[in-house]
Design a protein around this ligand. Structure first.
Ligand code: PRP
Length: 210
């Protein structure tokens, strides 16, 4: 029997590009392109079922086995450390995690640094490695506002084009790590479906080299 492989895709523009790679890899599901609000799509012949999930939730679906495989940003993998295998760097969604501050910011190392971020674990690990005492201010979005309003000294956030920083009179101070989309797999599912998952991985990998 052709076992269905469940694939969690990150909803949004990145997810659509990832789906195109899966389609090219030989796992199409044309109904996914129809304009509707459905979240689950399957192609029985190709043995694949796709779900659209919030990008930050992909790793949860894969870790708990609701999806066999999925595509998640390295930022999410480093923040939540899900118990999954990371199989491949898809080379999509490239950006970086960076520290940024107001253009005129002068750091005083004798003071606790106030850090606003959506990524508290990443920020904590980054400053712990520098033995720097920090106070984390966990926000859920529009992080760039925090230093402008005096809520924080710096932010740790994703920078892609840099326009959000620039347009809010902030500048990057340091890069924490580069980010891109990764193919991840559930640890229990992998050995059971190794042939098919490796086939998907190889077909995606060959597109990354193009
Ligand atoms: C992300 C990130 C920055 C912005 C960076 O925010 O948190 O705010 O994109 O992109 P840029 O360097 O190309 O300007 P997102 O759009 O996810 O919204 P958010 O404010 O809800 O985090």
């Amino acid at each position: 029997m052709n076992k269905m492989i469940n694939v969690a895709l990150p909803k949004g523009r990145l997810g659509e590009r990832v789906y195109d790679m899966f389609e090219k890899a030989g796992f199409p599901c044309p109904s996914i392109k129809e304009p509707n609000r459905k979240l689950i799509f399957e192609n029985k012949e190709a043995g694949v079922r796709y779900f659209w999930v919030k990008p930050s939730d992909v790793a949860i679906y894969v870790e708990r086995g609701a999806a066999d495989i999925g595509v998640a940003g390295k930022d999410i993998l480093l923040e939540y450390s899900p118990d999954v295998y990371e199989l491949l760097d898809l080379g999509l969604g490239k950006c970086r995690m960076a520290v940024a501050a107001k253009v005129d910011f002068r750091d005083r190392r004798d003071r606790t640094l106030r850090v606003a971020t959506k990524f508290p674990n990443v920020a904590r690990a980054y400053y712990a490695a520098q033995c720097r005492e920090i106070d984390i201010i966990k926000l859920n979005g529009s992080i760039e506002i925090a230093p402008i309003l005096g809520l924080s000294d710096v932010i740790v956030d994703i920078v892609e084009t840099g326009s959000t920083l620039k347009e809010n009179a902030l500048e990057p101070i340091a890069t924490v790590f580069p980010i891109s989309a990764r193919l991840i797999v559930n640890k229990a599912s992998y050995p059971f479906n190794v042939e098919k998952i490796n086939q998907i991985k190889e077909a995606l990998a060959s597109q990354c080299e193009e």
